[in-house]
Each structure stands twice: as C-alpha cells, then as structure tokens.
Design a protein around this ligand. Structure first.
Ligand code: RIB
Length: 290
C-alpha cells in the first residue's frame, strides 16, 4: 500500500543556545545549522526510510525548489507538491544543550494548499492506503473527509496542538497520535477520554516514559517503554516516531510491533542534531545498541 501525507515543508534554522531565551532576553547562539524540516516533511522522510512508498501533498514558494529536490533525493514522491506565490514555510528553532527546544513557525506556503490540489492527489490513492495530516497545513478537514469517503486509513498527528483543529477532523479518523498534555487538553475540550472518541487506534506519547496505545474498539491499553538515551536535540523525534509507526502499519506490522520499531527510531533521533536530513534509516535502527 502507500502513505499519502498532507504535510508541511519548512526550512529549519536551528540555533544552538546556552539556554532557551526568556521573554525580553537577547541571547547569542553558539551555532546555526540549516535543515529540511516541517512536521510533514519529517514524517514523509521517516516513513520512506522505514520502507514505505510515500506521496507528499504539500506546497512551497518560489524559494522552495531545494526542499522539493531534497525530498525527491530522499525517495519521497513529490508529484503532488505545488509551487505557490507565497514563500516557503520556515521554522526558527532554539535548542539548548539538554535537547529541549522552542520553535517559531512561519507557515507560508503550507497554508496555501487548495482543495483542488488535495482532490487531485487523493484521486490517485487506493482504498486501504494511509492518509496522514498534521496541523501545519490548510485543507486538513477536507482531506480527512475525502480520505474517509475513499476508504483510506485516516491518521492525524495533533501537532502543533489546537483543540479546534483536532475536532474538525475527529469524525473521519481511524488513528490519532498526540502527547500526554495534548490528550488532557483534548479531553477538556471534548469531555471524552481518548478511548471514547470513536477512533480505532489512539497513541499517546509519554516522553521519557515511552508511548501508550489505546484500542478504541476494545478499550485495551498497552504501553511501549522508551529506550535509555541521552538526548542532544529532541526536535523532530515525535515526527520520526509517527512516520515509523505509520510505515509499520502500512507494511503489515501490528500496532505493538510498529510502536516498538518507532520507539527505536525516536530514541536514535534524539541523539542527533537536526530534522528531516538526519532521520535514521531502518538499517541504522537495526544496527543500533541501546
Ligand atoms: O517537529 C519539528 C518540526 O516542527 C520542525 O521541523 C519545524 O519545521 C516544525 O514544523
């Protein structure tokens, strides 16, 4: 099968900082690196490196040709990425020595995707394919609805979290992934526990405690532990985890197997500085000793 990813494409400017700047503080960076990023692009690269056929549905500006070329070089299908007049999205990312980050996002072309573009791309998708979205593009609810109508497995990574955005796609979802704090926020907004949302599979990432799967049909809950690593940069680790989980499901692994593999990918990713460009391959995961 294949994975269709309605996802953001950003230029990531990653600043190594002595600490995360406080309000009103001026702070010199110790270094600057540039990466391909965006939660969408990171997931597309992760799922491709995990072995899936991935088709990215996205948009860049006149300044974004390099990003499309790089996705192509990494094996991601780029036939449904359009060029708009709006500049390419970018992110200014501060990372402190223990790996925590702070991100300023300029959405740019990611919010200029049209319904026509999404319809055209999804007309090529086949029943049983996976459709994934995150909250960094336009057309999320429209794509989710279309995906459901076409018999796709509709997945949503609720990041950056916005309760209204999640609720607009909820009726169409087969799979939802979010973190612990976001799960609490969603519960406050909907009045329902994650397992009561009517979604078949919900994964809640728990940071250093691992990740939890809730089967929305049976109510069964199972946890996958995190692996012991010393983080240097947590940026993109969640996207890597999600891309690997979806690829695992696409390639026929059980949810538990997909989560175990994704947890290795996420662990390796936090030991690396950068985003899409440094996402580990399946071979690197297999060789890694934790
Ligand atoms: O999750 C990390 C990503 O968030 C970065 O690549 C940045 O572009 C933002 O989208």
């Amino acid at each position: 099968m294949a994975i269709w990813n309605l996802g953001s494409i950003n230029a990531d400017m990653v600043y190594s900082m002595p600490h995360l700047p406080a309000a009103g503080e001026t702070l010199a960076a110790r270094g600057l690196d540039r990466f391909l990023g965006g939660k969408g692009a990171n997931m597309s690269v992760a799922a491709t490196r995990a072995g899936s056929d991935v088709y990215h549905i996205g948009a860049v500006g006149p300044d974004g040709e390099w990003a499309v070329e790089r996705l192509k070089e990494y094996g991601v299908g780029i036939g449904h990425i359009v060029q708009t007049d709006t500049p390419t999205g970018h992110a200014i990312i501060a990372v402190e020595p223990e790996g925590e980050n702070q991100i300023i996002l300029f959405p740019g072309a990611n919010r200029a995707l049209s319904l026509k573009q999404v319809e055209k791309a999804l007309s090529m998708a086949k029943s049983g394919d996976i459709l994934v979205m995150q909250n960094e593009t336009s057309m999320q609810a429209e794509a989710a609805q279309l995906g459901r109508l076409k018999g796709l497995r509709v997945c949503y990574a609720a990041a950056p979290f916005d309760a209204d955005a999640v609720q607009s796609v909820l009726p169409y979802l087969d799979f939802l992934i979010l973190n612990e704090v976001e799960a609490q926020q969603l519960q406050q907004a909907t009045g329902k526990e994650p397992g009561e949302l009517g979604i078949k599979d919900v994964i809640i990432t728990l940071g250093a405690k691992g990740a939890r799967h809730i089967n929305g049909e049976t109510g069964a809950v199972s946890d996958v532990p995190a692996l012991p690593v010393t983080p240097i940069d947590t940026t993109g680790a969640g996207d890597t985890f999600t891309g690997y989980v979806l690829s695992g499901l696409d390639l026929g692994l059980t949810v538990a197997e997909a989560m175990a593999q994704a947890s290795r990918a996420g662990a390796l990713m936090v030991t690396r500085h950068g985003t899409a460009d440094v996402i580990p391959t399946l071979a690197e995961l297999q060789a890694a000793r934790f």
